[in-house]
Design a binder for this molecule. Sequence first.
Ligand code: DAT
Ligand code: MG
Length: 158
Amino acid sequence: MTDVADTLPAEPATLDQTDAVERTLVLVKPDGVRRGLSGEVLRRIEAKGYTLAAVELKQATPELLAAHYAEHEGKPFYAPLVDFMLSGPTLAVVAVGQGVIPGFRSLAGATNPTEAAPGTIRGDLGRDWGLKVQQNLVHGSDSPESAAREIGLWFPNL
Ligand code: DAT
Ligand code: MG
């Protein structure tokens, strides 16, 4: 008789090695948290099949935002962007899965919510409010280098 242990895979499917390699930082920005859309964003990430590795509601600080948005310093929307990001708590999320960096950017949609396609988070749930900075509900890392840097900033213990 075959021992049942011999028929089991060496590793459970949930410990798939390829899924462990790509991680992205997602933020539900203060507008999304205020509007009660944190759960909807998490739902879309999970419905797509990505895994949540960390989820934490945080109040950003000027120091954290200066580091996070360093690439935008000097742009006309920089100060309004930092003020907006300080205006309430942000839900910081690390999502995991093959292709999750471009995959979440695709779920988020275009930066300008007016142009973001229906079906995307910004296209379905966001709009232009006529402010100096676009309040577009979510952030997603745009490259493996940005993801590593941003995860280190928002989750220094991860
Ligand atoms: P994304 O968040 O799509 O990566 P980004 O990194 O270029 O976009 O800009 C960061 C945020 O700044 C963006 O989510 C909304 C705001 N923003 C960008 N460009 C803007 C603009 N031209 N006018 C107003 N707000 C802008
Ligand atoms: Mg960006």
